[in-house]
Design a protein around this ligand. Structure first.
Ligand code: NAD
Length: 499
């Protein structure tokens, strides 16, 4: 069986705790790999390596850093397929989807290649007599990233490229469910010339995470995962004096107005609800149909959903793969099984689905629930599977009120031909990312990604300008060079004024 070990100080470091976690191929249900689970002592050793590396990397020139990042970009580009294959083998998503994830992660590496312009400081000359003021941003030190299973390459790449471009050193704690892509990313960074100890990968579970949150050598923590854990990370890391951004779960709504192109809306709903088997934080999991279009829209979604081909992610014919674990599949199924009792009409029931020749895979078919009640479990919880809930609203206002009552506020979308309504929606909706006729509005790398309410804890969104701010701290320098011929000003206990 393959073993995934840590990557610390530019090399593979075998796990020393004696604890390993199983990694399963979701398409076959077979345990293919074991991953080392770090103890608090191993986390401490990694932090010390990263602290040592920071001594020189934090002082390195922008030219030296960007040289590595450009080489890294080229290596990632050349290894897209290899990374995508690792993702599919452990996560289960189809190869084309895994390639999409790599491409979106690459956007952040490309942003990091331009760090020279992003880190330019500001200078005001002659703010007072012979006084100049400059603002600069400096790295924090050692920062940590803790990432979820659903994007094993992209979410780490939301974090470490910018962190190291800003001069920090980094400890990545990937999901223990699909750990291999993270090691590949780190190995390629080394090959690109990133000095040893700048990017480290420490595998583990709650033990490793809590050790990072408590470690005095960690200056900041970036987290992406479920809401309960995001809350724990934010509370604990903040209490320990760290800067923290913790992105949580979601329930993303798509509001479809009566004037929308229903075919385009149905295409978008099916793509965004069932892509990656619904295991996306930006998946559309609730469609709100406004006015009398509900029945027609549900019918169009059903027609499309029934045609989706489910199968192993490495089969080019597959459009949707399995779920990450059998336990998660069973939990997703329980929402569908309980839906009718809680008042929903079950239009499509994907439970009990299996793929011939892969009977032990974590399969589930597509489910479509109509007339879902807002107090039902299927609506209230983040299901994180291929289950789409449809709700009805009489008016635009009722639809917006329904969406704004959700505790989550990650992404949302409106489908309409009415520019005025779309503009109103942008301003009135309580979510961090809004799509207008765009179902999965994941911002490009040079804008920042983040939700509102229970979808994000902390002040900073991730990547883009917010990412650069998160991984640096500001310093303002006020300088006076008096003319040597000037007489000293003398003692003045008054508060300094500019003149
Ligand atoms: P998760 O919260 O279970 O795990 C995320 C990370 O936290 C993993 O590295 C895991 O090892 C660690 N962890 C798990 N339990 C822990 C505990 N008790 N204490 C300390 N650390 C712990 O999330 P997941 O199941 O891997 O990922 C799916 C979730 O992530 C979904 O809720 C999804 O919406 C969310 N997500 C959010 C975004 C976003 O940008 N907002 C992006 C991707 C995924």
């Amino acid at each position: 069986m393959k073993t995934v070990n840590h990557w610390i100080g530019g090399k593979t470091v075998e796990g020393a705790s004696g604890n390993y976690g199983p990694v399963t191929d979701p398409a076959t249900g077979e345990v293919t790999t074991q991953v080392a689970l770090a103890s608090a002592d191993e986390v401490d050793a990694a932090v010390r390596v990263a602290q040592e590396a920071f001594q020189s990397w934090g002082q390195s020139s922008l030219a030296a850093r960007t040289k590595v990042l450009f080489a890294y970009r080229a290596l990632l580009d050349a290894n897209r397929d290899a990374i995508a294959e690792l993702i599919t083998a452990e996560h289960g998503k189809v190869h084309s989807d895994a390639l999409g994830e790599v491409a979106r992660g690459l956007e952040i590496v490309e942003l990091a290649c331009g760090i020279t312009t992003q880190l330019k400081g500001e200078l005001s000359t002659s703010v007072s007599n012979r006084v100049d003021v400059s603002s600069i941003r400096q790295p924090l030190g050692v920062v940590a990233g803790i990432t979820p299973f659903n994007f094993p390459a992209m979410v780490p790449m939301w974090m470490f490229p910018l962190a190291v471009a800003c001069g920090n050193t980094f400890i990545l704690k990937p999901s223990e469910k699909d750990p291999s892509a993270a090691n590949k990313l780190a190995e390629l960074a080394s090959e690109a010339g990133l000095p040893a100890g700048v990017l480290n990968v420490v595998h583990g579970d709650k033990v490793a995470v809590d050790a990072l949150l408590a470690h005095p050598g960690i200056a900041a923590v970036s987290f992406v995962g479920s809401t309960p854990i995001a809350r724990h990370i934010h509370t604990t890391a903040s209490a320990n004096g760290k800067r923290v951004q913790a992105l949580g779960g979601a329930k993303n709504h798509m509001l479809v107005l009566p004037d929308a192109d229903l075919d385009a809306a149905a295409d978008a709903a099916v793509s965004a609800a069932y892509g990656s088997a619904g295991e996306r934080c930006m998946a559309i999991s609730a469609v709100v149909a406004v006015g009398s279009i509900g029945d027609a829209l549900v019918e169009k979604i059903r027609e499309r959903a029934e045609k989706i081909k489910i199968g192993p992610g490495n089969d080019p014919a597959s459009e949707m793969g399995p779920l990450i674990t059998a336990a998660h599949r069973d939990k997703v199924a329980s929402y569908v099984k309980g839906a009718a009792d809680q008042g929903a009409d079950v239009v499509l029931d994907g439970t009990g689905y299996t793929v011939g020749g892969f009977e032990n895979g974590h399969w589930i078919g597509l489910s479509l629930l109509d007339n879902v009640k807002t107090d039902s479990d299927a609506y209230r919880d983040e299901i994180f599977g291929p289950v789409l809930c449809v709700l009805r609203a009489e008016t635009y206002e009722e639809g917006v009120a329904l969406i704004n009552a959700s505790p989550f506020g990650n992404g949302t979308a409106i489908f309409t031909r009415d520019g005025g309504a779309a503009r109103r929606f942008q301003l009135e909706i309580e979510a961090g990312m809004v799509g207008v006729n765009v179902p999965i509005p994941v911002p490009v790398g040079y804008h920042s990604f983040g939700g509102w309410k229970d979808s994000l804890f902390g002040d900073h969104h991730i990547y883009g300008n917010d990412g650069i701010h998160f991984y640096t701290r500001g310093k303002v320098v006020t300088t006076r060079w008096p003319d040597p011929s000037e007489a000293p000003a003398g003692v003045d206990l008054g508060f300094p004024r500019n003149h």
